[in-house]
Design a protein around this ligand. Structure first.
Ligand code: NAD
Length: 552
């Protein structure tokens, strides 16, 4: 079983500068007098001895002095490079403040500028030039025990498009969240950027671009490369869970379909997003006091996020006894060519086809909303400002409590702001966004908008899968995660308009989700391990706590 290892609890095999340069073992000025003598550190550190709280106070002070978010990001990256326990201790204590820096929106900016930010190996770059040698190269990674791989080919980074090798920043950020939110030990975490080229003209023309300067490889050569990667990963890091991250639309669906039953893997953009949005819908129903079978969802965007949410919503309805054909008719999509309807069947992909219902064709979202009269509007097309005053007001005419999810990232791509949704619906919208949005004061009421952040889901799912050593990751696990997340929103939080629990409770949330996920693995025969007597405690014990351990 995934063990509660703590490399920093073992006696380090290295001394002196090598020890200070090992980010998993280094404690900086928190090395004790005894350790300074025992490990040849005297003279290499200033005389003062600090404990982790004093160190945290100092780094927090320095962090807050940085004038831009990107500088804050670089500061945190360098801290992580130097001392992982301190980095995670700081993050743990200040997650709400730092999450928008290590993840969206700042990580998007960081990816755009990754070439000038990159300071040294934090993950593996595997390029198409190395096809045929991936096994050998993956063995260069120092931690053979890596168990959680987040991999991208950089084609669709957040809402920013093709960033080639710079997609590495997303994998690094996601793995930091696995540790911060679910206590996965950093030792187990491995970010991987697959560099198959880029079609981003400005990167191709940029003399400072640090990825492969060629157009994206597609077709058979791409497929062979991915096959080799998946097979090598299973061999070099047996039992590892692979999270596909920010692949382009068609590759993302194909890879998920191909690998979901063959390797322990999942796609966060499709399945993680689906679960977090599903949880938001379930929690919103508690506020609006309405029944799930009466919902009509209208999606702006029919890509990975939208179709993922639609499919999970349908699965939920089916599990509640609603026939699949009827369940599918609750979900409607607008793509770049207008409302997805039966008359467009000939040009639709198989993923959209099942949602192509009988209705008159229309080209824009406002007309579609007028025809469908949705209970919820879900924005996942990366098209900014598309939830106009006209559309939000219309939603408020159709519904006492309209659900408005503006999920496109980063903030500049949001379909509407929290303030607009609240004002245009006369304070009645139940709103969530992809990137953080400010709370709103409306007629003396404080309304806290939710952030439909995948971070509520994937760290707990990953922990549950690793602890149970599940052979595969199923949709039932994501559905269980969504239901658990929705059940954890307190009535006080709901009263403020929140449909997600406060981020302060993220470790508790991830732990509870991990328990649900592991239970599915044990009960559905997805693992060879026996179910532990006390699963909750087993999972708690395996969660990394960012505290120093004394070296003897
Ligand atoms: P995607 O590329 O797979 O899909 C985008 C879809 O939008 C495509 O179907 C495209 O045809 C459609 N589209 C583009 N322009 C359009 C237009 N003018 N009108 C109608 N449809 C249009 O991308 P994705 O993974 O589905 O992500 C979409 C957005 O959702 C991104 O901005 C991403 O940041 C965001 N997202 C948010 C979360 C979250 O909040 N938790 C999670 C995942 C994705």
């Amino acid at each position: 079983m995934y063990k509660p290892i703590n490399p920093s609890g073992e006696r380090p095999l290295m001394r002196g500068v090598a020890l200070l340069n090992n980010s998993l073992l280094n404690k900086g000025m928190a090395f004790s007098e005894y350790e300074r003598d025992a490990f040849g550190l005297r003279g290499l550190l200033p005389p003062a001895e600090l404990d982790i709280e004093e160190q945290t106070k100092r780094v927090l002070h320095n962090f807050r002095r940085k004038s831009t978010d990107l500088e804050k990001y670089t500061f945190l990256t360098m801290l992580q490079q130097r001392n992982e326990v301190l980095f995670f201790h700081l993050l743990h204590a200040n997650l709400e403040e730092m999450m928008p820096i290590i993840y969206t929106p700042t990580v998007g900016q960081a990816c755009l500028e990754y070439g000038s930010i990159w300071r040294g190996p934090r993950g593996l770059f595997l390029s198409i030039r190395e096809k045929g040698r991936l096994r050998e190269i993956m063995r260069h990674w120092p931690n053979t025990g890596a168990r959680m791989i987040v991999v991208t080919d950089g084609e669709r980074i957040l809402g920013l498009g093709d960033l080639g090798a710079y997609g590495m920043g997303i994998c690094v950020g996601k793995l930091a969240l696995y540790t911060a939110c679910a206590g996965l030990h950093p030792y187990y975490c491995l970010p991987i950027a697959l560099d198959v080229g880029t079609n981003n003209e400005s990167l191709l023309a940029d003399p400072y671009y640090i990825g492969l300067k060629q157009r994206r490889v597609r077709g058979a050569e791409y497929d062979e490369f991915i096959n080799e990667f998946m097979e090598s990963a299973a061999e070099v890091f047996p039992g590892a869970l692979v999270q596909f991250e920010d692949f382009g639309n068609s590759n993302a669906f194909d890879l998920l379909k191909k690998w979901r039953n063959k390797a322990c893997s999942f796609n966060d953009d499709i399945q993680g997003t689906a679960a977090v949005a599903m949880a938001g819908i379930l929690a919103a129903l508690k506020i609006s006091n309405s029944r799930i079978e009466d919902q009509r969802l209208l999606f702006m965007g029919a890509g990975e996020a939208g179709l993922g949410i639609g499919n999970l919503f349908v699965q939920h309805l089916v599990s509640e006894g609603i026939p699949i054909e009827k369940a599918r008719k609750t979900c409607w999509f607008v793509d770049s060519k207008g409302l997805v309807v039966a008359s467009r069947s000939a040009e639709l992909s198989e993923h959209k086809l099942v949602f192509a219902h009988e209705a008159e064709a229309c080209a824009d979202l406002a007309s579609a909303a007028r025809i469908i009269r949705p209970t919820a509007l879900i924005g996942v097309a990366g098209v900014a400002r598309v939830f106009t005053q006209e559309i939000v007001s219309m939603m408020a005419e159709f519904n006492q409590r309209p659900v408005i999810f503006a999920l496109s990232n980063p903030t500049s791509k949001a379909e509407c702001t929290s303030e607009e949704a609240i004002e245009w619906s006369a304070g009645r919208a139940i709103y969530a966004s992809g990137s953080p949005m400010p709370e709103v004061q409306f007629e003396g009421r404080r309304i806290v908008s939710g952030q439909g952040n995948n971070t509520y889901i994937f760290p707990g799912v990953g922990l549950g899968v690793l602890v149970s050593q599940a052979r595969e990751v199923t949709d039932s696990m994501f559905l269980a995660a969504a239901r658990k997340l929705a059940s954890m929103v307190t009535s006080e939080e709901l009263a403020e308009g929140r449909i997600y629990p406060s981020l302060e409770r993220i470790r508790e949330v991830s732990h509870s989700i991990a328990v649900e996920v592991a239970l599915i693995a044990f009960r559905e025969g997805l693992t060879d391990l026996p179910e532990p007597v006390n699963l909750e405690e087993e999972i708690s014990l395996r969660m990394f706590r960012p505290e120093y351990v004394e070296y003897s």
